[in-house]
Design a protein around this ligand. Structure first.
Ligand code: ACO
Length: 434
């Protein structure tokens, strides 16, 4: 395709166009500043491609999500989380041999080093599990210093297995700690998701029986969260990785980014919103009114998305899944009725229609977690377990020796122009002026 011409002060500059597999077009401005003296300004990076990536394709206008080319709907129907993790990290679905090797690695790495286990004792019992998770994942760098900067495929595979297996144990142990219950150890014969639920909900005298439908529901939720290209937490992982930081440290930073209520924290915020409506403090219409009020910073939680200007395909699957899980568990939750009412009103309101605001992945996931018994503050932790293979895949892609480049954006400075240092005895007048 032809270059794009930019005209500045009657001078023309040409910049190459980069076209992706799905005909996505970008202007390569890497020489813009050197050639013109200008930079681009794009707060929130809504129009900025930070990298080329072969992992995940989204099309927000059409509501498309594909991992390595495979539609999310097909993966949700046929695959499981560990297979999807392999697909994201290695680029292809695993063969039987690869799958067996990775499963064995997960089993062999499920336990935490006793030293690492003692870290839990340093946290207050009501510590937020995302704070513990981020800290514990960073601490893995101390216990696996060589694998923290993996080079060969085998090292990356081992480091990925350590992370994917231990994040599940850390999650279960932090839940147990918050309840003052003893840690429960994983069983090698259980699947990944079975062990997660077993370690969380079992007691020494009362093993938790994992229902196949619940196992499948959690597996599906993890698949749906496994990657979403350059979202805030993944971009954070890539940015931290770009400095040469190790895999565990980069992922720890991603967990911190995910915690925010505009990202992975939204599922907890969405449930709290539904709870408040249910308690009678506010009704659905008041919430909608508040979300539309430009003088109010409140946003309808679990609604809207930077990429999706159509129904989020993951929310569509989760909406259906929530109904199935409720039916199987014979579970009734008034919050589901409120969520459905909220969606119905919002989707018919001109404010939401004009801005193309639809339910996102966080709108229905919390309802399923509630039905299973996962507490609200653990919702983003489950999101992190799901997103982990995506983060690993992006860390691997970003640290590829052929493309490693430190991420360092520019800015437009708007502070004071050059001014002189004011000695202490002359300052009060300057301060009172402000
Ligand atoms: N409720 C009310 N209004 C909204 C909402 C919402 N949930 N989301 C966006 N808008 C409005 C904005 O106020 C803005 O209105 P304006 O054009 O009149 O100024 C317009 O829609 C466009 O919004 P942006 O802020 O430009 O959208 P952006 O892409 O920056 O933000 C985000 C996306 C952060 C997800 C936003 O929709 C939001 O805050 N949603 C609620 C939080 C949430 O659910 N987050 C989870 C996202 S999914 C995930 O991270 C896994």
């Amino acid at each position: 395709m032809k270059d794009i011409t930019l005209k500045i002060d009657n001078k023309e500059f040409k910049f190459p166009v980069v076209i992706g597999t799905e005909n996505e077009k970008g202007i390569d401005i890497s020489k813009l500043r050197a050639e013109t003296g200008y930079i681009t300004l794009d707060p929130g990076y809504a129009n900025t491609g930070s990298c080329e990536s072969s992992i995940t394709y989204t099309n927000g206008e059409k509501g498309i999500l594909r991992y390595r080319g495979i539609p999310i709907e097909e993966l949700a129907q046929h695959s499981d989380f560990i297979e999807v993790a392999n697909l994201l990290i290695w680029g292809t679905l695993p063969t039987k041999v690869m799958r067996k090797r990775f499963t064995d690695l997960l089993t062999n790495n499920a336990l935490l080093h006793e030293g690492l286990k003692h870290h839990f004792e340093g946290f207050p019992f009501d510590a937020h599990p995302m704070a513990m998770l981020s800290a514990m994942v960073n601490a893995l760098s101390c216990y696996h210093p060589v694998l923290a900067l993996p080079h060969s495929s085998r090292e990356i595979e081992k480091a990925a297995a350590i992370l994917i297996s231990k994040i599940r144990t850390i999650t279960a142990f932090s839940y147990k700690m918050s309840r003052g219950e003893p840690f429960i150890y994983p069983k090698p014969e259980f699947s990944y998701v079975e062990n997660l639920l077993y370690m969380m909900f079992s007691l020494p005298h009362e093993p938790y029986e994992v229902r196949p439908e619940v196992k499948r529901a959690v597996d599906l939720i993890l698949i749906l969260h496994a990657d979403h290209e350059q979202n805030c937490s993944t971009s954070t992982v890539r940015m931290v990785a770009s400095s040469g930081a190790n895999l565990f440290a980069s992922i720890s930073a991603g967990i911190a980014a995910l915690w925010g209520h505009l990202h992975g924290g939204a599922s907890q915020a969405a449930i709290e919103m539904l709870e408040e409506i249910h308690s009678g403090k506010m009704d659905v219409k008041q919430y909608i009114k508040m979300a539309k009020d430009k003088k109010n910073s409140f946003r309808l939680m679990g609604f809207g998305h930077r990429v999706y200007k159509n129904y989020d395909p993951r929310a569509r699957i989760l909406k259906k899944l929530s109904r199935n899980v409720f039916k199987v568990l014979k579970y009734k939750d008034h919050l589901l009725d409120i969520a459905l009412e909220l969606e119905e009103i919002a989707l018919n309101d001109p404010y939401f229609i004009e801005r193309k605001l639809y339910p996102n992945v966080d709108f229905y996931s919390g309802l399923i977690y509630r039905a299973i018994g996962v507490p609200k503050n653990m919702f983003p932790v489950f999101f992190a377990i799901g997103r982990l293979p995506g983060w690993i895949a992006h860390w691997k892609e970003a640290t590829d020796i052929n493309r490693l480049q430190i991420a360092r954006p520019r800015q437009i400075y708007t502070g004071p122009a050059k001014q002189s240092y004011v000695p202490m005895d002359k300052r009060s007048a300057a301060i009172s002026k402000n």
